[in-house]
Design a protein around this ligand. Structure first.
Ligand code: SAM
Length: 288
């Protein structure tokens, strides 16, 4: 069966009485080159264990199964379980797990199901939960690479640097932990039903160590969030408001870190934020 052929998918789903759910971000691929290319870009071999989120009817799952040692696919829609039992019959190295990937302990899942293999993630993610899922996958701390299809707009944010309109706190979080690469775009015409937006495939490769050193990582991310919560303000005002500093303290930290007192957060790179965070950390009298 061709799991990307629209007619075959429709007949299969009708036979199982399946209805698409918008709230589960169900846009299934109908262009064979897409799951093939995503699986190729995931860098799989016999030594790799893949966590897939949202197998749908299994078109990407079968491509992963051909290339990896083992695949564990987490699906939240119970109605898809009998469909997957049919489409993945013969894929001996695949296990489908029913559950909500946003709530599962993904590190424990990988340790239990993929023991002895190099754990990676590869998926066409449900777009309504892209950010929490990516956060959970990165925070799991065990996946060497995360190769996923997401909305192009989000993909651009993950890869953006200072001065770009897409630059922000989420991209900095991702770049702190991973090296992101924008691989290729996929138009809405490659899905059923068609999403309203273009999609992109990105690969996040876990860093062995953060790109710059910082005294207090939690404080660094408080600084970054404060800077972008009020991105139109100067960094002095954004940090004063977001961290409860007085303006003179915020300005002193920013100037000591080597920035103009009128700088905005969107012009400061990860290294700059780390230096500013360390200067704020040094204000020991401040109750943060
Ligand atoms: N992999 C298939 C493909 O490429 O055609 C389907 C991808 S579709 C964009 C997203 C899939 O994720 C759907 O099968 C949906 O039911 C499932 N899903 C949605 N939310 C989920 C969650 N929180 N945990 C696990 N699966 C989820």
């Amino acid at each position: 069966m061709d799991l990307t052929d629209y007619k075959e998918i429709r007949a299969l789903l009708e036979r199982h009485g399946f209805r698409f759910s918008k709230s589960l971000g169900q846009n299934f691929l109908t262009a064979a080159w897409v799951p093939q290319r995503i699986a190729e870009e995931a860098g799989l071999d016999e030594q790799t264990g893949v966590v897939e989120i949202g197998p749908g009817v299994g078109c990407l799952t079968v491509e992963l199964a051909k290339r990896a040692g083992r695949v564990v696919s987490v699906e939240l829609d119970r109605a898809l379980l009998p469909v997957l039992a049919e489409t993945l019959r013969g894929c001996e190295n695949v296990e489908v797990v029913f559950g909500d990937a946003c709530r599962l302990d993904l590190r424990a899942l990988a340790a239990e199901k993929l023991a002895g293999l190099r754990p990676v993630v590869c998926a066409n993610l449900p777009y309504n939960v892209t950010s929490p899922l990516l956060t959970a996958l990165i925070e799991a701390g065990c996946f060497e690479t995360i190769t996923v299809m997401i909305q192009r707009e989000v993909a651009r944010r993950l890869c953006a640097g200072p001065g770009c309109a897409d630059y922000g706190a989420f991209g900095l979080f991702v770049q702190w932990h991973c090296v992101p690469e924008l691989l290729f775009d996929v138009p809405p015409s490659c899905f059923v039903p068609q999403p309203k937006v273009t999609s992109s495939v990105v690969r996040l490769t876990r860093r062995a160590a953060p790109p710059v050193s910082v005294r207090d990582e939690a404080l660094l991310f408080r600084v970054i969030r404060a800077a972008f919560n009020q991105r139109r303000k100067t960094l002095v005002n954004a940090l004063a408001a977001g961290l409860g500093l007085d303006k003179a303290q915020a300005e002193a930290a920013i100037v000591r870190a080597g920035f103009d007192p009128l700088v905005r957060g969107e012009a400061v790179g990860l290294g700059g934020f780390a230096t500013i965070s360390d200067e704020i950390h040094a204000l020991r009298s401040v109750d943060l």
